[in-house]
Design a protein around this ligand. Structure first.
Ligand SMILES: O=C(O)CCC(=O)C(=O)O
Length: 219
């Protein structure tokens, strides 16, 4: 295994690239376990240290890139998360370090990916900006059912304007908020029991360093 490969090392959380996401969870938290992140860790604002993907991941990266998902560029970053039933990921945005398209292959179980309006800013009479009181439920406006062996391509407004997250639950109810029911093997009102899900989040990081030697130099 190369230096930048992390295997079963950390729970998904914390990095500054992830907009409104909360702090890193402990291993007992309802956050997924990151079982593989290539190159290791999240991209650095100064640029990502490039690393060859293993052949099995490279083939998915190439297939998805050939669909034009990354504006003609090749995917160069893959995050593999494992979610046990009851685990989810807090509403977050993926941030500006990635090409603004995220592609996700779901394996094992289904899940519901929920979309949220960002916390809106209310305007005071003295023009001071204050967060409007909104619950997460009020901000949740749409969900997508991600079936096993499906590929999700998320871009444009769904990437840049809204937050996405997965509820830490063991059962999902198919409600009218699930926008892709017609395309799925399910019906309104169904209760779907979650199993273990592994997601491959495949992205393109535009800012890539030529060599690791630049990291840590200067400001
Ligand atoms: O596992 C998923 O499907 C979502 C992962 C995600 O939102 C992320 O890595 O930013």
């Amino acid at each position: 295994m190369s230096r930048n490969t992390c295997l079963v090392l950390f729970n998904h959380g914390s990095p500054s690239a992830l907009g409104e996401m909360g702090p890193a969870g402990s291993l007992s938290s309802p956050a997924p376990l990151c079982i593989l992140c290539l190159p290791g860790g999240l991209p650095h604002p100064k640029g990502m240290v490039p690393e060859k993907l293993p052949a099995w991941l490279q083939s998915y990266a190439e297939k998805i890139s050939s669909l034009g998902a990354f504006g003609g560029k090749l995917a160069n970053h893959v995050l593999v998360n494992e979610y046990l039933p009851g685990q989810g990921i807090m509403p977050h945005e993926d941030g500006p370090l990635y090409f603004p398209t995220v592609t996700t292959i779901s394996l094992g179980s289904h899940t519901l990916l929920d979309f949220y309006h960002p916390v809106s800013r209310g305007q005071h009479a003295d023009s001071e900006q204050v967060p409007a009181p909104q619950t997460e439920e009020q901000r949740h406006f749409l969900s997508l059912l991600l079936e096993p062996r499906s590929l999700l391509v998320l871009q444009e407004d769904m990437y840049v304007r809204y937050l996405h997250g997965i509820q830490p639950t063991t059962t999902d109810t198919v409600t009218e908020k699930v926008a892709n029911v017609a395309a799925c093997n399910t019906a309104l009102g169904d209760e779907l029991l979650r199993g273990t899900r592994v997601s491959l989040t495949i992205r393109h990081v535009p800012k890539v360093l030529k060599t690791a030697i630049f990291l840590g130099k200067g400001k």
